[in-house]
Design a protein around this ligand. Structure first.
Ligand SMILES: [Zn+2]
Length: 182
């Protein structure tokens, strides 16, 4: 990740847009669905993080390059693929998993630096915006389809000086600060 990206993420941390996750706050006795990037550099550690934070080992994982960045309508990630896994397909996949496994919590994760986002030419700032838009679009989809599961946005950051960290991404706070319509 370049200096500009590191500075942007540091500022979001200072603004309280990305915050440390409280252990078990994201947890649920039924386990949870996790949408994340399949990037091998984060996926192993990410599952350990999520298990530790949620206190649940029952994690139904859906991995696709870019993770949460794929969900929003208009996201450049699905658009650049010829085989087209669309955001709406992923939303249906998430909804089906929730119904099949009676999962009552959904965590959607983006990470920095993500190769799939980088391949689309997205900066860290642009990637975070797509992660937030993805949460809003998924919440709308849930409402339209009668799903009540809360959605938790997460951001995994590989800092140059601090190593990997997993954060809660506060979409509402992001939208207020960056004037993004929810
Ligand atoms: Zn990635």
């Amino acid at each position: 990740m370049n200096e500009v990206g590191q500075r942007f993420l540091t500022t979001q941390k200072e603004l309280g847009i990305i915050t440390d996750l409280d252990p078990h706050k994201t947890g649920d006795p039924n386990g949870l669905l996790l949408l994340s990037c399949g990037d091998a550099d984060i996926s192993c550690g990410l599952l350990d993080h999520v298990r530790e934070l949620t206190g649940s080992s029952r994690i139904h994982q859906i991995s696709v390059n870019g993770g949460a960045l794929n969900l929003a309508q208009g996201s450049p990630l699905p658009r650049r693929r010829s085989y087209a896994i669309t955001g709406i397909q992923l939303m249906h996949e998430i909804a089906e998993a929730c119904r099949l496994k009676n999962l009552t919590k959904v965590a959607i994760c983006a990470h920095s630096q993500c190769g799939a986002a980088h391949a689309c030419g997205l900066s860290e700032a642009q990637a975070m915006e797509w992660a937030v838009r993805g949460k809003f679009d998924l919440r709308k989809f849930f409402e339209e389809n009668g799903l009540a599961a809360p959605i938790c946005s997460m951001m995994h950051v590989r800092w140059k000086d601090r190593g990997p960290r997993l954060y809660f991404l506060d979409a509402r706070r992001y939208a207020e600060h960056h004037r993004l319509a929810a």
